[in-house]
Design a protein around this ligand. Structure first.
Ligand code: HEC
Length: 157
């Protein structure tokens, strides 16, 4: 009975992760969800961006990006899969040099940085006390990754 219960619970979590992984719900309520559901996409740093930066980024998103984008464009499994293994600097540079699509490069460096912060927040990555800075060396070392695999299930007698 117990032997069957554990793998069953694990499977249910994985299914929940794939159902909710790309939705706005996981983005807006990261604390309410289990790590398995949110950690489809992680960056190995405890302090990536500040809440204030993400709030500024949300304003940029609403004023500029949302005329063409839905948030799922930057939170979907497709988006995450595409960016895994690539750095924060690549994402920043891509947005800075190509967005808004109809007027690339027209925002300030801070607005681009804040947009990236907001995208991190939408993906459920936690805000910290250290702001994200547009330093290519630091940002290049920060890579999007898949989360560490869950620990193996205990061997039952
Ligand atoms: C005028 C329309 C338009 C606006 C405004 C716009 N985008 Fe885009 N964006 C696009 C299009 C079209 C693409 C796909 C382009 C491509 O793949 O070459 C895209 C692609 C992207 C991507 C790449 C997605 C991926 O799958 O890797 C990101 C990230 C992005 N935009 C972010 C932003 C941000 C942030 C803003 C606001 C600062 C913004 N965009 C504003 C039209 C727009």
């Amino acid at each position: 009975m117990i032997r069957n219960y554990l793998p069953g619970a694990f499977l249910a979590s994985v299914v929940a992760a794939s159902v909710f992984g790309g939705s706005r719900m996981s983005a807006q309520r990261p604390l309410a969800l289990s790590p398995l559901r949110t950690a489809m996409f992680v960056v190995d740093s405890p302090t990536l961006y500040t809440e204030a930066q993400a709030e500024e980024g949300a304003k940029v998103w609403t004023a500029t990006c949302s005329s063409c984008h839905e948030t799922k464009d930057v939170t979907s499994t497709d988006f995450r899969t595409k960016w895994i293994g690539r750095s924060l600097f690549e994402l920043y540079e891509q947005i800075r040099t190509t967005m808004p699509d109809d007027a690339p490069g027209t925002l300030t460096p801070e607005q681009y940085l804040h947009s990236v912060s907001y995208i991190l927040k939408l993906n459920g990555l936690p805000a910290g006390t250290t702001p994200l800075v547009s330093d290519s060396t630091t940002m290049s070392t920060l890579k999007f990754e898949l989360p560490a695999p869950p620990p193996p299930l205990p061997v039952l007698p």
